[in-house]
Design a protein around this ligand. Structure first.
Ligand code: 13P
Ligand code: SF4
Length: 354
């Protein structure tokens, strides 16, 4: 949607008034009207690092979703305040693993006699509670750009990994990137007694995948890939690793949002691309590269925006910036101290990965 000129001017004025006191981070899935005010854009890994690298900014305005703002709060100093312009900007995947469910899962693993061999690896897309659980049990966080390195590290620490909460990123990394077989992976369903698994199945598994997924990426199908190949001969199919395994297996390239952008930057003129990730990013890339004669289409026309990412719109951003400029700290995201300490341990293990 074209930005309202009045709101654009108000956002600009409030940002100018705040000066160095504010630092605005924008995830690649944000709307164009919001991205134009981001001091940096990035995938969740880059943004986590960038938030921590700005100690002079009193306010970090996070244009993204709740778990990202929590991670920024964990990684920044106590005197830095993280603001999420709309508190309803959550992530349905992160909500699929609650602290109670994960504690229960650990009991199941303990009873099966495998907990001691298990290292938890949690995707960035998880609540601070889940990150704290991960830190407490000797595990690490990962993002879609370092999942392979995180798993390599985890298998040096133990024989099995409990991967939370995105089964697809876990399976795709293990099978596509690390050469494990589908049989090495089992799925723990938090809605079933004992996760729906027997103790023998838990003992045999290398990867215990939490039954979570992204509602946006989960909608790309093998048909989407086959259809686009038929429609556009010679097309390169490039998808995010949150897509289902059969989609990733049929794609030509797989990677995080940052990887997708770099791949398109490096692509030759005249090349054709079908992209399987969130629509705001794909549209922005299609517009950006049209002038360089790179044809970029959305992998499946029926899949759309991430509705929670889209909750951050220009009116919410203007409201947050103007409130801060008037000295009102609104929508602060603050993780409690104990959770923060353990979650930070897990995040720092990720940041220290080779
Ligand atoms: P990345 O930006 O790390 O690729 O993550 C995608 C995503 O779904 C964030 O919610
Ligand atoms: Fe969560 Fe998927 Fe939206 Fe990312 S795209 S914030 S994983 S629901």
């Amino acid at each position: 949607s074209p930005s309202d000129p009045d709101l654009v001017e108000r956002a600009r004025a409030a940002k100018e008034k705040l000066g160095d006191k504010v630092f605005v981070l924008g995830h690649h899935y944000q709307r164009d009207e919001v991205i134009q005010f981001a001091d940096v854009t990035g995938d969740s890994f880059k943004l986590a690092r960038d938030a921590a690298a700005r100690p002079q900014a009193e306010y970090i305005v996070f244009c993204g979703v709740h778990f990202m703002a929590e991670s920024a709060d964990i990684l920044t100093g106590d005197d830095q305040k993280v603001v999420l312009p709309d508190l309803a900007a959550g992530c349905s995947m992160a909500d699929m693993a609650t602290a109670e469910q994960v504690a229960e899962c650990w009991d199941v693993l303990t009873e099966a006699g495998v907990a001691e061999q298990v290292v938890p690896v949690s995707y960035m897309n998880s609540s601070a509670d889940i990150k704290a659980f991960t830190g407490k049990h000797g595990g690490t966080i990962c993002t879609s750009s370092n999942a392979r390195r995180a798993l390599d590290w985890a298998f040096e620490q133990g024989e099995k990994v409990l991967f939370l909460p995105d089964q697809h990123l876990g399976r795709n990394t293990a099978v596509r990137d690390m050469g494990m077989s589908l049989e090495d992976c089992v799925v723990y369903n938090p809605h079933k007694p004992n996760g729906g698994l027997t103790a023998d199945e838990l003992r045999a598994a290398k990867m215990i995948l939490w039954r979570g997924h992204c509602s946006v990426h989960g909608r790309f199908s093998l048909d989407s890939v086959n259809d686009v190949r038929e429609r556009i001969p010679g097309v390169n199919v490039l998808v995010h690793p949150e897509c289902r395994h059969e989609v990733v297996a049929a794609a030509d390239y797989v990677g995080s949002t940052e990887y997708i952008i770099k791949a398109l930057e490096a692509a030759p003129a005249g090349s054709k691309w079908a992209i399987g990730t969130e629509l705001n990013l794909v549209r922005r890339l299609a517009n950006r590269f049209a002038a360089e004669d790179k044809e970029i289409v959305f992998l499946d026309k029926t899949v759309c925006f991430c509705s929670t990412m889209n909750r951050i719109d220009l009116p919410h951003l203007v409201w947050a910036l103007e409130s801060l400029a008037e000295g009102n700290l609104v929508n602060r995201i603050e993780v409690d101290k104990e959770t923060e300490a353990f979650a930070k341990l897990a995040l720092e293990r990720m940041l220290a990965l080779p």
